[in-house]
Design a protein around this ligand. Structure first.
Ligand code: G4P
Length: 292
């Protein structure tokens, strides 16, 4: 799903989430473990207010495990509960009810002390498009439920989806907008598939990614594309273009006159990257985190 965000959309999305918050006990904030900062809505603290929140680093199967551990520490240090999952395969998902219970322990203990039987914990999943909200809802439901975002003009009652005996989810997740203003963030969002290529030039996204790959995951480039003697870094865009050209040649992305089709080469690189064929890669670390 691609959403072009305009101020009106943002206001509406925010209002829809605020309405849902009244109905729930806990927020599951879904981030992409490969880009935990870039996939995070800059206003999420403000939007979710004082609701207990669990940060979920999703697509952890595609992310660098060392970096995921660093990011988990980073969020914990900020006072947030955090857990990494792979919603596709279900890894880490069965722990969610227990994690939510821990967050709500005081409230649940108070209910028990009053002789009340705690009801299932009600949760709302929020996150930017493509971060895996529907996949997680289906996983928690144990079946495929048709998940749709809120559409303007479509009013329907909120439905609850049961997940085991202890958790209930709102059937429509909260859709947050990513922050586009920083071009680096835009490249990261495009590289992971959070925004579609037609928003940014695919070859530019690929060249940007090559700079990261050379610096931090050079071995993956050597292994997958046979690129030998990689430099420690790509000093400029021209060097990245040359590397994309080498990849294109090796992968047969050739057009008339023996020239490399850069768009095709970029497509090969980005597909490999997104599907994990280049290994488990994270595009940003908490050390450079600007939104502290
Ligand atoms: P959304 O509701 O937040 O918009 O996201 P959705 O669940 O539709 O997931 C987007 C894509 O991400 C899907 O791929 C889904 O399979 C994939 N995905 C979700 N969670 C995980 C995960 O933990 N690991 C991995 N590897 N992939 C995950 P898709 O159907 O192929 O869509 P697309 O990538 O072609 O857009």
């Amino acid at each position: 799903m691609t959403i072009q965000w305009f101020p009106g959309h943002m206001t509406r999305a925010r209002r829809q989430i605020e309405e849902k918050l009244k109905l729930i006990d806990v927020v599951f904030e879904l981030l992409d473990a490969r880009i935990p900062s870039s996939s995070r809505n800059p206003m999420v603290d403000e939007i979710t207010g004082s609701k207990p929140r669990l940060v979920l680093l999703n697509k952890a199967d595609l992310a660098d495990p060392d970096r995921t551990a660093e990011w988990s520490r980073y969020f914990r240090d900020k006072g947030l509960a955090v857990h990494s999952i792979d919603a596709n395969a279900g890894t880490g998902v069965k722990e969610l009810a227990g994690k939510a219970k821990e967050l709500l322990k005081e409230k649940i203990d108070r209910q028990i002390a009053k002789g009340m039987k705690p009801r299932p914990i009600r949760a709302l999943i929020v996150g930017i498009p493509n971060v895996g909200k529907s996949t997680l809802i289906n996983r928690l439901a144990g079946r495929n439920v048709a998940v749709t975002g809120d559409r303007p003009g479509v009013t329907k009652g909120q439905q609850w989806i049961r997940s085991g005996g202890e958790l209930e989810l709102l059937d429509t997740p909260g859709i947050l907008w990513p922050k586009f203003d920083d071009p680096v963030v835009g490249f990261r969002l495009a590289a992971t598939g959070a925004i579609k290529e037609d928003v940014l030039h695919i070859d530019e996204v690929a060249c940007f990614m090559l700079k990261v790959l050379v610096e931090e995951y050079g071995a993956a480039l050597t292994e997958r594309y046979g690129l030998e003697e990689l430099p420690a870094e790509l000093p400029d865009m021209q060097a990245a273009v040359e590397m994309l050209e080498s990849i294109g040649r090796r992968r047969g992305c050739i057009v008339g006159g023996g020239h490399v089709d850069y768009e095709k080469a970029a497509g090969v690189l980005l597909r490999d990257l997104r599907s994990g064929k280049l290994g488990r890669i994270t595009f940003e670390g908490p050390a450079a985190e600007k939104y502290k």
